[in-house]
Design a protein around this ligand. Structure first.
Ligand code: HEM
Length: 381
């Protein structure tokens, strides 16, 4: 999409597209492409609301933290930040390393793997199940849900149906799990969330359930995409693989640059709750607005030569994890997973290439940038 972004930034950086269709069938939305405008939209929750999805009873996500405005958002965020503390996340490091090593050891002999199914999907799923404190026996169930939550716009009809059915199943599952945990609190995120209190308030059962489902939706596909996009980029740039083998301390820079270059989340949407003038354009109350993170991360005003992948560029202004009050809570976890995955990969293998004669297929989503499959071959050290 990068050429399209650049063309839009040059010719039509802010415009209303009457044909743009949102997931639930809503038609028409403003398209915002420049970095400065994307930040203006996401930074102004008083005008650009996150309560933009219709509140759907079958969809606990539609009432979760991502889709609420202050004051409810502020309370949810405070409670969740209290439970999502760095020590809970960093404690997982040795366990994540073990998981990555195990996944790789199974395919090491063969010298090839389908990186998305064999690695990029199961690692984030197992991390979230472990983090939440889901019993190991239920891992496959959660894995299946995570796959089902990946929304395929080509299957709009059946897609929406299975999207809601999955959320219903998850609701029932997490309700039972939460009730069980309330009796036997442990040292996991869900137990911390159950106990967390802010200003005398605790999360209700409905909020706890919706948070579990939000985590599966927000933390899995995004991280899968990051892992897949990183390895795809390495296959395109063998010299970068050599560099990282010799300088593993630069792995975090490569992760940051992948996040900018192929942002896992390409767009966010908001609903205007007041009229607003943006650089001479009249956005009306009730209009939907699409903020293109992927375009903002390729804005030449902020990232010179944006189409060049350069791990040494200044990446401080990128908006891959959003901007403003909804800024991603899971950033440290996602970056930790990516760092460990790459360290393990580069310790064991080299010369990662796309398997000859296969076509790399992107997931057909305007919201996410990720691959459907990525068959790779490699050499052992
Ligand atoms: C919010 C991206 C991984 C949990 C967000 C938002 C973005 C984002 C763009 C802002 C949404 C908005 O403003 O509407 C990403 C990317 C990830 C990633 C690119 C991986 C590379 C994770 C992980 C978790 C997580 C691993 C948790 C385990 C959340 C939550 C929110 C959020 C709970 C909502 C915060 C709020 O509404 O206040 N993420 N995310 N994310 N993310 Fe992530």
């Amino acid at each position: 999409p990068f050429h399209w972004y650049q063309k839009m930034q040059r010719e039509n950086p802010i415009f209303f597209d009457p044909n743009f269709t949102l997931n639930w069938g809503q038609q028409g939305a403003w398209q915002i492409f420049r970095h400065q405008d994307v930040q203006k939209i996401l930074g102004n929750y008083e005008v650009f609301s996150s309560e933009s999805m219709p509140k759907i009873e079958q969809s606990p996500i539609s009432n979760g933290i991502v889709n609420t405005d202050p004051p409810r958002h502020k309370l949810l965020r405070k409670i969740i930040s209290k439970a999502f503390i760095p020590s809970v996340v960093s404690k997982l490091e040795p366990w994540i390393r073990e998981q990555c090593q195990e996944r790789l050891s199974v395919v090491l002999e063969k010298g090839e793997m389908e990186f998305i199914q064999d690695f990029a999907i199961p690692i984030p799923v197992s991390v979230i199940t472990k983090l939440l404190g889901v019993p190991v026996k239920d891992f496959n169930q959660v894995h299946r849900w995570a796959n089902e939550l990946i929304f395929d716009p080509d299957e709009m009809e059946t897609g929406a149906e299975s999207f809601f059915r999955t959320q219903q199943e998850q609701s029932m599952y997490f309700e039972a799990l939460i009730k069980e945990k309330e009796q036997h609190l442990q040292d996991d995120l869900l137990s911390h969330l159950i106990q967390a209190e802010v200003d005398g308030e605790r999360l209700s059962l409905a909020d706890l359930i919706s948070f579990c489902i939000v985590l599966l939706a927000a933390g899995n596909e995004t991280t899968t995409n990051l892992l897949g996009n990183m390895v795809l980029t390495f296959t395109e740039q063998p010299e970068l693989q050599t560099h990282l083998l010799e300088h593993p301390q630069d792995i975090p820079l490569a992760i940051d640059e992948t996040l900018r270059y192929r942002s896992p989340v390409q767009s966010l949407f908001r609903l205007a709750t007041k009229d607003f003038e943006l650089d001479g354009h009249q956005i009306k109350k009730g209009d939907y607005v699409i903020a293109w993170l992927g375009a903002a991360n390729h804005d030449p005003q902020v990232f010179p030569n944006p189409e060049v992948f350069d791990i040494h560029r200044n990446n401080r202004s990128q908006v891959s994890f959003g901007h403003g009050i909804h800024y991603c809570i899971g950033e440290p976890l996602a970056k930790l997973e990516a760092k460990i995955a790459l360290e393990v990969l580069f310790q064991k293998v080299k010369q990662i290439q796309v398997k000859p004669d296969v076509e790399i297929e992107r997931h057909p989503s305007a919201i996410m940038f990720g691959l459907k499959s990525l068959p790779i071959i490699f050499q052992r050290h």
